[in-house]
Design a protein around this ligand. Structure first.
Ligand SMILES: [Zn+2]
Length: 84
């Protein structure tokens, strides 16, 4: 019998999902750690840095601030609530 993944844990650091708002243009972004670069900062705390797809500004997010991923359905519901 081969090994089956019954439930995918998705706890590898590169699989962690983050959300943050771009300070420059206000876009709400969702991304994986592997979409950005990891900045090792012992003073201010480690960060994931991504380039905003809308305005190319750097968006810095604390590396330990990962969240549960929003599905396409979650995003559609949010967009509807915001009148989009
Ligand atoms: Zn932006």
């Amino acid at each position: 019998m081969s090994i089956q993944v019954v439930v995918n844990g998705r706890k590898r650091p590169e699989d962690r999902v983050y959300r943050n708002t771009c300070n420059h243009c206000g876009s709400l972004l969702q991304f994986k750690a592997s979409d950005g670069r990891f900045v090792d900062d012992s003073r201010d705390g480690d960060a994931i840095v991504v380039a905003c797809p809308e305005c190319s500004s750097e968006v810095w997010t604390a590396a330990d601030a990962y969240q549960k991923a929003w599905t396409d359905a979650d995003i559609a519901a949010l967009t509807k609530r915001m009148g989009g």
